[in-house]
Write a protein that binds this ligand. Sequence first.
Ligand SMILES: CC(C)(COP(=O)(O)OP(=O)(O)OC[C@H]1O[C@@H](n2cnc3c(N)ncnc32)[C@H](O)[C@@H]1OP(=O)(O)O)[C@@H](O)C(=O)NCCC(=O)NCCS
Length: 209
Amino acid sequence: MALPRSQREDRKQLLTHPRDTPTLRPYAVTPESAFPYLIWTLALMETSIRPARESDAVDIADIYNPYVLGTCISFETEPVRAPEMARRIGETLGSSLPWLVAEASGGVVGYAYASRWKSRRAYRHSVESSVYMNPAHTGKGVGLRLYSALIEALRASSVHAVMGGIALPNASSVGLHERLGFKKVAHFEQAGYKEGRWIDVGYWQLLLA
Ligand SMILES: CC(C)(COP(=O)(O)OP(=O)(O)OC[C@H]1O[C@@H](n2cnc3c(N)ncnc32)[C@H](O)[C@@H]1OP(=O)(O)O)[C@@H](O)C(=O)NCCC(=O)NCCS
């Protein structure tokens, strides 16, 4: 369960500026007010991040295909079947790039992976990153944990530049990228056409030290 946005903002301020909180509203701690925090904490505690396996392909395709078929977030237009998804996972892991899944209650609830940005040799330290959550599990901090883990895995490798391409508008993806320090570096107008309309694509970039 997500915290109300106002409480999430207050929580963020408390964590970021512990001594600078004169404008915060004081909370009377009651069982009712503590309940969302308890659920949120339990949800985060029971979610684990681990490397993907080819056997996750069915779960990953189940998360991805509704975005393919029902939104302009993915520019693919045909559902990806499990064998093809397994091939993609194997190809990524075989290229020494990370593919991670978030698992809760025994099921995959989200995934993130990196792919080569371009094939020519001088681009070898650049990747494109992607992240998809099961909509039932968004807004709980899991996407942030998952994408942070991907960035850390890339930081530990020889990757220098991470590019995130976002079909616009997409407030949650833009928010997630900027939360992790990505900066907008490009905006291509009408680069895609899907569901009867032209779609702009923005690129956000994170340089790793
Ligand atoms: C984008 C996505 C991965 C975010 O995952 P999530 O689990 O919902 O995100 P979290 O709850 O961990 O939130 C992390 C941060 O993202 C941002 N964010 C999340 N939802 C947001 C929203 N609706 N509006 C603005 N920012 C939002 C915030 O900065 C948030 O940090 P905060 O909680 O400190 O404010 C998820 O919404 C998703 O799968 N969307 C559909 C697929 C997609 O768009 N993938 C990206 C393709 S480019």
